[in-house]
Design a protein around this ligand. Structure first.
Ligand code: GLA
Length: 390
């Protein structure tokens, strides 16, 4: 699918489904706005992120680009907290659903808000895999499987952070040999930046001293209408994926790459998240909604793999990645148990995640693209979330 087709598809769908799309305003002068009674623009307090954990200091880090786009991160889990992007009238909207304090993240019943995920994003069946003839056992934190790295994934460790400039934050972490049961000392560098074309760019690099498996991603929770503005069910989604990996009832891929055509997983043309989410479909039942890996079509770096549009703000997010898969999660486990940045609860399906990745359970699925990293090799990948309004 061509970029042009994807963009045109979204454009015509906006016109048909949502009414006229407003013109974008390149000049962003406002940093504060009201949306559904929430005032955006107020950044989290530094003091709410100062703590010593495992002997390491945590902080809040702020980035901004030349157009006034701003983001807040913490080195606790390399989490993105806030992401202020302009809507179609130039007002800044916080599209990253997050929590306003470090204690809030530590106590949260939902573990992954905005986190950097590893060593292995998504699930490994029954917490086992074999590498070079040796079996490795992991903690099964999502019974009966291992999810997002195990008991204490990278979203809960303190990263070393270096602010390179106003627009760039570099995070590094040494994941020691056999940490969470994974072999090899893994030296990781993740660089988060806000570029002047209004993108949030994530660059990942890692090296190991023993053969291991690696699958890093970011678990930002988005609401393109703004955090606290209700469900994401009317967001329009288009995915550059003709196939997906169906799962069993524990969300482990069956190994098949099924066609999306004729199923609620067909987002090759723009469709709202809510249009088919409650269809009587076994895969939707297994995922409790969308919680599936999409097999991305062959594409070049200039073609977005996903385009999502907020129906109330007109904010469009395009995702570009080198990864072969994308986990589309529709916030099915959100239960309103946590208080988020603007004082609202994290109610059911009020955010979605699009985690670029290798397919779940690849270490046990020889036909999936490999996630093995060997000494001497460098794991290198990037994902770009680009924001625009038309
Ligand atoms: C991923 C998983 C989901 C869930 C969310 C966070 O998307 O596939 O099952 O764990 O993360 O809760």
């Amino acid at each position: 699918m061509k970029l042009r087709n994807l963009s045109l598809g979204v454009l015509s769908a906006c016109i048909a489904l949502l009414g006229a799309c407003n013109q974008s305003n390149n000049k962003t002068t406002t940093t504060t706005t009201m949306n559904n009674s929430i005032t955006y623009g107020q950044l989290p307090a530094d003091s709410a992120f100062e703590k010593t954990i495992d002997g390491k200091q945590t902080h809040l880090y702020l980035l901004k680009n030349k157009n006034g786009m701003q983001a807040a991160f913490t080195n606790y889990g390399g989490r993105i907290i806030t992401l202020l992007v302009p809507d179609s009238s130039g007002k800044m909207i916080d599209v990253s659903v997050g929590i306003g304090s470090l204690d809030g993240y530590i106590k949260s019943t939902e573990s992954y808000y905005g986190g950097t995920i590893g060593r292995y994003g998504n699930r490994i069946a029954k917490g086992h895999f074999t590498l070079d003839g040796k079996q490795y056992s992991l903690f099964t934190n999502n019974k009966p499987n291992t999810l997002h790295g195990g008991k204490k994934g990278y979203q809960d460790v303190v990263w070393d952070a270096k602010k390179i400039n106003d627009q760039t934050l570099e995070l590094t972490y040494l994941s020691k040999n056999m940490e969470e049961g994974f072999p090899g000392n893994l030296h990781i560098k993740v660089t988060y930046s806000l570029t002047d074309d209004n993108a949030f760019k994530c660059e990942y690099e890692a090296t190991t001293d023993k053969t291991t498996v690696v699958n890093l991603t970011n678990h930002a929770y988005f609401n393109l209408n703004g955090e606290g503005s209700g469900t994401i069910l009317n967001h329009l989604v288009q995915l550059n994926a003709k196939r997906y990996t169906p799962v069993d009832s524990t969300l482990i891929p069956t190994g098949r790459l099924d066609a999306v055509k004729g199923t609620p997983f067909d987002f090759t043309k723009p469709a709202t998240i809510g249009a088919r989410i409650n269809d009587n479909d076994d895969q939707l039942k297994n995922g409790k909604g969308y919680d599936h890996n999409f097999v991305l079509n062959k594409h070049d770096e200039n073609q977005p793999v996903a385009i999502v549009k907020g129906d109330k703000t007109g904010i469009i997010m395009e995702i570009y990645t080198e990864e072969p898969g994308l986990q589309f999660y529709s916030g099915n486990f959100m239960q309103g148990k946590n208080i988020m940045k603007y004082g609202e609860k994290d109610e059911y399906r009020t955010a979605f995640a699009m985690e670029t990745q290798h397919y779940p359970d690849s270490p046990n699925q020889p036909r999936f693209p490999s996630t093995v990293l060997k000494p001497g090799q460098t794991y290198k990948t990037q994902t770009i979330y680009k924001f625009k309004t038309r």
